[in-house]
Design a protein around this ligand. Structure first.
Ligand code: PEP
Length: 252
């Protein structure tokens, strides 16, 4: 079965509830081409407003992080059940900004992946090397370590449903994207690693590229059969720019 292209917008720490309603209304007004699924991931504080504005739309809602416990004395954390309660279908896990600033590790990412699935959410798990790791030619090692941890213990069905985002850290928010060939090479490695666990399921896993994706460069990624879409930061904050990326996402 062909994999459906996926474009996910990571709004990071942007947009009030009022701004969220305006942006989602503008996205709803843009035509959604066949052959692409779209997810918006506003901050926690705007999820309820986003869910409300998305009623009746084909766009999906996602969150930017999740804790692995269901409830309890975990001040400031948000559980998977709370995200489901707000209408989320997806959740980003292990974004490099969480790994860099908020202590996410391969171990906590794995816990979050399992907790997301247990609650009925689909994790979009981010992996990718930092600039110094790329320059030291450690990309394969780093991505292999992150993927091995992220998919440990997943069933074949979970692996088939999972979404992975390859986001080289040096390409995030810098305006300097990876080339399509570089992204396809690492994404090919990721699919090979997934196939070592569950061969058939790995053919269903959607693997995205992320890092300075724009309407102008989405084509250089989508022309590679192994790249199933994009995780988009900056350009997802502008309806026209995000709609341009969505238009470039369906397979021919
Ligand atoms: C991201 O934050 O996941 C991202 C890819 O950001 P940007 O598109 O701005 O590089």
């Amino acid at each position: 079965m062909a994999r459906l292209s996926l474009i996910a917008g990571n709004w990071k720490m942007h947009k009030t509830t009022a701004e969220t309603r305006v942006l989602i209304a503008a996205l709803r007004a843009a035509p959604l081409p066949d052959g692409v699924e779209v997810v918006v991931c506003p901050p926690f504080t705007a999820l309820a407003a986003a869910a409300d504005t998305l009623i009746g739309s084909a766009l999906h809602l996602g969150a930017q992080d999740v804790f692995w416990e269901t409830q309890g004395a975990f001040t400031g954390e948000i559980s998977p059940l709370m995200l489901v309660d707000l209408g989320c279908r997806y959740v980003i896990v292990g974004h490099s900004e969480r790994r860099q600033w908020f202590g996410d590790t391969d171990d906590t990412v794995s816990r979050k992946v399992h907790a997301a699935f247990a609650a009925g959410l689909i994790p979009i798990t981010c992996v990718g090397e930092r600039l110094e790791e790329r320059e030291a030619e450690q990309t394969t090692q780093v991505v292999t370590r992150q993927i091995t941890a992220a998919v440990a213990g997943l069933s074949a069905d979970q692996l088939a449903a999972a979404v992975i985002a390859y986001e080289p850290v040096w390409a995030i928010g810098t305006g300097r994207s990876a080339s399509g060939e570089d992204a396809a090479r690492v994404i090919g490695l990721i699919r090979f690693l997934l196939a070592e666990r569950h061969r058939a399921a790995a053919g269903q896993t959607r693997i995205l590229y992320g890092g300075s994706v724009t309407a102008e460069n989405i084509g250089q990624f989508m022309r590679h059969a192994d790249i199933d879409g994009a995780l988009v930061g900056g350009a997802s904050l502008d309806a026209a720019k995000f709609a341009g990326i969505i238009r470039g996402a369906p397979r021919d």
